[in-house]
Design a protein around this ligand. Structure first.
Ligand code: PMP
Length: 426
């Protein structure tokens, strides 16, 4: 069994706030008050929504902000000179500042960093590829792509390569290397890949299947000061503090709907200092103003709730679930084995726990859980690398989830474990 030192894991500069993830007692009152703010959750007390990595539920404050906007100043942004149009334009500009402050942009007022609104992470990554990367790369350049992550963080870079190839510009794509046990990016192997032609690295903050925090802050040390890093933060925004200065990345891309804003909203934050400026080209059309308004309200809400406490809560619930699963031999939990125990010195799961039953197909397991009013995701989870599309069941937690919901899920899984144990060869 590898130890944390052999894995080289230094997840957080200060992991102290995660040191005992199973002890959530002091957060219970805080969490109940927050849970009460989600009408869809309180309106369905018998249902456990455990699929927040797919999309998050919305607090009343977000619903109110959208309602207020649509009933007081709805107009198009950047067009028109009357009051509502001006107010809408101001709301969109304010949302850019909100995103910068949420990401702890070290230089929010200089105007050098930019925020571009998109429909989500997929479109955001594609925009970075199409409107920035293709003009940044030269013939013979190399880029590094994380093929074991989400497809949305592989396809755009492949499309950029195809586009450039049509213009006679040849780009080499290298596979981001992963450590076998931890599933973290392998910094030693990455260092060996990097050379003077390496011009871009794509990475993911939190893995959407394994829940692993990918220790992205280590990439800068490995690739050096001049290689732009683009971060897919779809699974981290709203789940843990995201500090672009500390991570030292150049692009942060995320989906609003996974961060409690409306579907069809999202953003790309781009640092101004490295490489050519990110200027999404062409005519962008009318912005999704309600999406942008909802994003401001969601980021306000999340900051007020406290992303550090949200992280503690969801990591704690995830640890409770993985700890419970450890005692049920019919289940195989995917991802880093070291982070499974609540007393593990390596706590790397961010409230996403993915597993398979050794005798029941994951799709069937999804249906069974649904019949017990537990909503989870059961499929191949859009992983980019072929061979990893075998179905599994993913449980993903957010601040509105409770210890009782996790225990209910474990009860159902325990019952299935008992029923099937005789029939399963482990
Ligand atoms: N990246 C990751 C890590 C994701 O989990 C997802 C959504 N599952 C995406 C990208 C794509 O997000 P969207 O569908 O909102 O564009």
């Amino acid at each position: 069994m590898p130890t944390s030192s052999t894995l080289g894991t230094d997840l957080h500069a200060d992991p102290g706030h995660l040191s005992d993830p199973s002890d959530l007692g002091d957060l219970r009152d805080w969490q109940s008050a927050l849970r009460a703010q989600f009408p869809i959750v309180t309106g369905h007390p018998g249902l456990a929504y455990l699929d927040s990595a797919a999309t998050a539920q919305k607090p009343q404050a977000v619903l109110d902000a959208v309602q207020t906007y649509l009933t007081t100043s709805n107009a198009n942004a950047g067009r028109g000179t009357y009051t509502w149009a001006n107010e809408t334009t101001a709301l969109v500009e304010r949302a850019r500042d909100r995103v910068k402050r949420f990401l702890r942009d070290p230089d929010p007022v200089s105007g050098r960093s930019t925020v571009h609104f998109t429909s989500g992470t997929t479109e955001g990554l594609r925009t970075v590829a199409r409107d920035w990367l293709v003009s940044w790369l030269r013939d013979g350049d190399e880029i590094i792509v994380p093929f074991a992550d989400h497809q949305a963080n592989a396809q755009p870079w492949l499309e950029a390569q195809r586009l450039l190839s049509k213009r006679g510009i040849r780009i080499v794509i290298r596979d981001m290397p992963y450590e076998a046990e931890s599933h973290d990016y392998d910094q030693t192997a990455l260092a060996a890949l990097v050379n003077e032609r390496t011009r871009f690295v794509a990475a993911t903050h939190v893995h959407h299947v394994y829940g692993a925090n990918m220790n992205v802050h280590r990439i800068r040390r490995t690739v050096g000061p001049d290689v732009p890093i683009c971060l897919d933060a779809a699974q981290s925004i709203g789940h843990l503090p995201v500090d672009v200065g500390a991570l030292d990345v150049d692009f942060v891309v995320f989906s609003g709907h996974k961060a409690m804003a409306l579907p069809g909203s999202g953003a790309v934050w781009a640092r101004g200092a490295r490489g050519p400026e990110f200027r999404p080209g062409g005519w962008n059309g009318s912005p999704n103003t309600t999406g942008v308004v909802s994003l401001t309200a969601a980021l306000d809400w999340l900051e007020e709730a406290g992303t550090e406490r949200i992280e503690r809560w969801t990591v704690g619930l995830g640890a409770r679930l993985t700890e419970g699963l450890r005692h049920l031999p019919s289940y195989e939990v995917l991802g880093c084995p070291l982070s499974l125990a609540a007393d593990s010195g390596v706590q790397r799961r961010q409230g996403i726990v993915t597993f398979r039953h050794r005798g029941i197909s994951s799709n069937d397991l999804g249906f069974i859980l649904s019949s017990h009013d537990v909503m989870v995701r059961a499929d191949g989870h859009c992983q980019a690398r072929s061979g990893e599309e075998e179905s599994s069941v993913r449980v993903s937690l957010h601040v509105y989830n409770t210890v009782e919901e996790v225990d209910r899920l474990l009860d159902v899984l325990d019952g299935l474990d008992r029923q099937t144990r005789g029939a399963v060869t482990c």
